[in-house]
Design a protein around this ligand. Structure first.
Ligand code: PMP
Length: 366
């Protein structure tokens, strides 16, 4: 038994606004097929592993020194990648990096949200947005999506006018529903927003739509585009998220970031992984094709499937979602109950994993 286990959470002088809240948590169970956290199922190539190991070994010789506080070389590499991916010329001054895009989002709310300020998001969406808002004491204003989970831009603009959010979250493609927004819709939302707009593009590489990065030149004082190496880049364990914005936004984040937040190991490993971007991102087309296969086969089995532009699929309808989720686990397949009535979310895996999921789908009761 650990020392101090007689003290319970309720005994601690926790902030009142955190009492009764639940932490973020996807159950991590040891089952054969894990399709619950939207990771890339393909492990790094041997060449990438070797390169990361070599670079990490090189910086290990200098671990007595703090890392580059501003991660300039890494930001240059990220700018080169994002410029080539979007066709928008970006420099290191437009890029900022942190330990996962969750930390990026937290820094944005530390700088632009906070007590007395409001953040708005269109639900259902990424559950960490309200949790990071709570952690930074930013008031959370949820606005609804349509019944089919698509975004009604006219209603969204009304919600923006009604709440006047200091920070607006737009997730495209949206997690956990999968739909992405065309550039004109994004532009309408940015124009309607009175404050900062964070377009969370964690799954952008899986989408054929243009990136919100294309709107940066039009709206440099508002727009922040958040990205991650956790999904398409198959680097979830490396923890590297980043954003593209005007240099002044980066100046704002320097006020709230912890010094040396990105370790020398992280910076070196991420740079090595970026050098292998072409081979890593080769999995994106494969995963998109597998996604379309999963969607087609689920539909054939009689499920209703939400159209997806990402590496996951939301589907239903289950009368007992919890029981259905458990039944998948009993069939050796871990997917995600994201708290949407009647629905579950499955991450697209390797063809073999998807086959196992589809086989289980035939057996699972609805
Ligand atoms: N945004 C969205 C929409 C996500 O789904 C996720 C991962 N689940 C993240 C951000 C955060 O990912 P990471 O911190 O690994 O970059």
């Amino acid at each position: 038994k650990p020392i101090g286990d007689r003290v319970e959470l309720g005994d601690l002088p926790l902030r009142d606004d955190l009492r009764g809240r639940t932490p973020y948590g996807a159950p991590q169970l040891d089952v054969p097929v894990r399709l619950n956290t939207n990771e890339n199922p393909y492990p790094p190539t041997p060449g990438l592993v070797e390169d990361v190991a070599k670079e990490v070994a090189a910086v290990a010789a200098e671990l007595h020194r703090y890392p580059d506080r501003d991660a300039v070389a890494l930001r240059e590499d990220l700018a080169a990648y994002l410029s080539s991916a979007t066709g928008v010329p970006l420099t290191a001054a437009n890029l900022w990096a942190a330990n996962g895009s969750n930390e990026i989002l937290q820094q944005v709310l530390q700088a632009f949200g906070g007590p007395g300020r409001v953040a708005l998001g269109f639900e259902p969406s990424y559950s960490m947005h309200p949790i990071i808002a709570a952690g930074t004491r930013t008031e959370w204003a949820p606005a609804p999506r349509r019944e089919d989970f698509s975004l009604d831009v006219e209603r969204a603009v009304e919600a923006i006018a009604g709440h006047s959010p200091d920070v607006l979250f737009v997730t495209s493609p949206n997690n956990p529903t999968g739909q992405s927004l065309p550039l004109d819709d994004l532009r309408a939302l940015v124009e309607a927003a009175p404050g900062v707009v964070v377009v969370d593009e964690a799954y952008a590489e899986f989408s054929s739509r243009p990136s919100a990065v294309e709107l940066l030149a039009e709206h440099p004082a508002k727009l922040v585009v958040s990205r991650t190496m956790s999904k398409a880049f198959a680097f979830a364990g490396g923890r590297l998220g980043y954003l593209a914005a005007a240099p002044a936004v980066v100046d704002a984040l320097l006020l709230v970031r912890l010094p040396y937040h990105l370790s020398a190991l992280t910076q070196a490993a991420a740079r090595a992984a970026l050098r292998h971007a072409p081979e890593t991102l080769g999995s994106v087309a494969k995963l998109a094709a597998e996604r379309d296969r999963v969607v087609a086969e689920l539909s054939e089995l009689g499920f209703s499937v939400v159209p997806s532009d990402a590496n996951f699929v939301l589907f239903g309808w289950f009368t007992d979602t919890r029981a259905a989720w458990r039944s998948y686990v009993e069939h050796g397949v871990l997917i995600r109950d994201v708290g949407i009535t009647g629905h579950l979310r499955v991450t697209v895996g390797t063809p073999e994993e998807n086959d196992a999921f589809l086989a289980a789908s035939k057996e699972v009761g609805r």
